[in-house]
Design a protein around this ligand. Structure first.
Ligand SMILES: [Fe+2]
Ligand SMILES: [Fe+2]
Length: 177
């Protein structure tokens, strides 16, 4: 039985295919972050999204350069996970009418994306090491560190915003009922 498609027959092809998916993922995140910046009411949260947009544009360039180095072009393959996470995020933003609750929803959605990115880069970095692409591994590790930092910043902001959210009229009325 054939386990992989014709294009993925060894670790190198798997590595390249997943780099292409990572590029698609980063391009889509770079496209969606301006919407998150617009939707955030908390200035610290909007700023965190703004800073991570800059970093994300750097991730796009880095993954592009790794791909060009290996296959001569910055090609993409569809990352289905980011499509799903983006749809979830847009629905939540649309549905959350209270600004604080919307901020909480935005943090939750963004952290799901960061966790996915951390998993993607952790895996790619290990494969790069196994394949002997030490330069790639160092670049992928630095992206992974920025994703981890973005996640940590969001956790910190969530600590404060979640408490504010617990005091919104919607939540208060629910606890009284
Ligand atoms: Fe990223
Ligand atoms: Fe990220």
């Amino acid at each position: 039985m054939k386990l992989f498609s014709a294009h993925i027959e060894d670790l190198r092809s798997l590595y390249i295919s997943n780099l292409k998916k990572a590029l698609d993922m980063e391009q889509k995140i770079a496209k969606s972050l301006p919407e998150l910046i617009e939707s955030a009411s908390d200035p610290e949260l909007a700023n965190a999204f703004r800073l991570h947009l800059d970093e994300t544009q750097g991730h796009v360039s880095t993954v592009e350069s790794i791909l060009r180095n290996h296959i001569g072009e910055a090609a993409t393959e569809t990352c289905k996970v980011i499509n799903g996470l983006s749809t979830e995020a847009s629905d939540t933003i649309k549905d959350a009418t209270d600004p604080t609750i919307r901020d909480i929803a935005l943090i939750g959605a963004a952290q799901q994306v960061e966790h996915h990115e951390i998993a993607v880069y952790g895996t790619l970095r290990r494969w790069a090491e196994i394949l002997g692409h030490d330069e790639d591994a160092a670049l992928l590790e630095s992206i992974e560190a920025e994703e981890e930092n973005a996640d940590a910043v969001l956790t910190e902001i969530a600590g404060r915003v979640n408490l504010e959210g617990a005091d919104t009229p919607a939540v208060r009325s629910r606890s009284v009922a």
